[in-house]
Design a protein around this ligand. Structure first.
Ligand code: NDP
Ligand code: ZN
Length: 357
């Protein structure tokens, strides 16, 4: 079978591999719709998680089940499915403690395009099919559905971890597709004022649609000064970090009120200087004592999460397809889509590849 792979750090290309084998509780799926992620860009072009040779990329997919193992109960060949980006081992200790994305060590639930071949292939393997696949609802568009496995799941987690309550003032730093999903998540959780920080015009438009009340350009002055100015010096109850380099954590902490949560969902692909540091502001952090709480998380995966996100969309609470700014048709266009994600033109939010209608 054919797949789009990371050949080594800095290089991608099409390769041929054996179709994966199916275990008794697993499924083999072929893609219906795929989307490249900024994480693929960090992984390949920044070498963020280290060297990977001939590893098939991609972790955002809708698919059609091709084969299931003998012990799989709820899925059969031909079923149209949502495939979560994160596919935990649900019987592990970390999962039982409530951290399924971290099974088998930090980030261990992230298998596709990290520790095994990803979904940018003619066929891919899904562990524990009954736990890690969800049925694609009848009537959900592929452009909307393909945002669930990672964008909605991660962005909404950003809002959940930020402990947003009714009327909370929230700042979302970064409004790519992850930050935009966080804006939508913040609104759904009852936020009052939502500051959305970013500049790409397409994203600014969708941010307003998803509930942002104030748009802040980090290019036109300090993010912190602009938000403090608009809040009478008070700052915000919750910060969701969804873009920028390591220095963005300085802004996040400096704009947060005491008692707030700084919810990081950013993937820091590289650090500052030789020692790879993510800096915190000593004074802004109250010398380490200001009750400014940093929380981090990897995208939640699994079946129930996907079913719940699907309900959010099918009940009309938000429309994720607004983020699909560039739609490619055909598996062969995958490389173009990934290169576009790397290039990040000003009119881009998220490229999507429709493999089969
Ligand atoms: P994008 O590159 O599309 O968006 C990044 C956003 O950050 C843009 O809006 C950009 O602004 C903005 N930005 C850049 N610099 C700053 C700054 N200094 N201050 C504030 N905002 C800034 O990324 P994605 O939305 O696709 O992904 C966001 C991050 O989430 C990535 O690191 C990705 O790898 C990570 N991720 C994490 C996951 C997890 O499980 N935790 C899962 C999936 C993704 P502009 O409008 O000017 O471009
Ligand atoms: Zn992703």
């Amino acid at each position: 079978m054919k797949g789009l792979a990371m050949l080594k750090i800095g290089e991608i290309g099409w390769i041929e591999k054996e179709r994966p084998a199916c275990g008794p509780r697993d499924a083999i799926v072929r893609p219906l719709a795929l989307a490249p992620c900024t994480s693929d860009v960090h992984t390949v072009w920044e070498g963020a998680i280290g060297e990977r040779r001939n590893l098939i990329l991609g972790h955002e997919a809708l698919g059609i089940v091709d084969e299931v193992g003998d012990e799989v109960k709820d899925f059969k060949p031909g079923d149209r499915v949502i495939v979560p980006a994160i596919t935990p081992d649900w019987e592990t200790e970390a999962a039982q403690r409530g951290f399924p994305s971290q099974t088998g060590g930090p980030l261990g639930g992230w298998k596709f395009s990290n520790t095994k071949d990803g979904v940018f292939a003619e066929y891919f393997h899904v562990n524990l099919a009954d736990y890690n696949l969800a049925h694609l609802p009848e009537g959900m568009s592929l452009e909307a559905g393909v945002m669930l496995p990672d964008m909605l799941s991660t962005g909404f987690m950003g809002a959940e971890n930020a402990r947003i309550g009714f009327g909370s003032t929230v700042a979302v730093l970064g409004i790519g597709p992850v930050g935009l999903s966080a804006v939508a998540g913040a609104r759904l959780r009852g936020a009052g004022r939502i500051f959305a920080v970013g500049t790409r015009p397409a994203a600014v438009k969708v941010a307003k649609e998803y509930g942002a009340t104030d748009i802040i350009s980090y290019r036109e002055g300090s993010t912190v000064d602009q938000i403090l100015d608009k809040t009478g010096g008070a700052g915000v109850d919750a910060v969701i970090v969804a873009g920028g380099g390591p220095e963005v954590m300085m802004d996040a902490i400096n704009v947060a009120k005491p008692g707030s949560v700084i919810s990081n969902i950013n993937y820091f692909g590289s650090g500052i200087g030789d020692q790879d540091i993510i800096p915190l502001p000593r004074v802004g952090w109250g010398y380490g004592m200001a009750d400014k709480n940093i929380v981090t998380g990897l995208c939640p995966g699994g079946r129930v999460r996907m079913e719940r996100l699907a309900d959010v969309v099918m009940c009309g609470r938000m429309d994720p397809s607004l983020m699909a700014t560039h739609v490619f048709k055909g598996f062969d266009r995958l490389k173009d889509a990934l290169l576009l994600m790397k290039e990040k033109p000003r009119d881009l939010i998220k490229p999507v590849v429709i493999v089969e209608e």
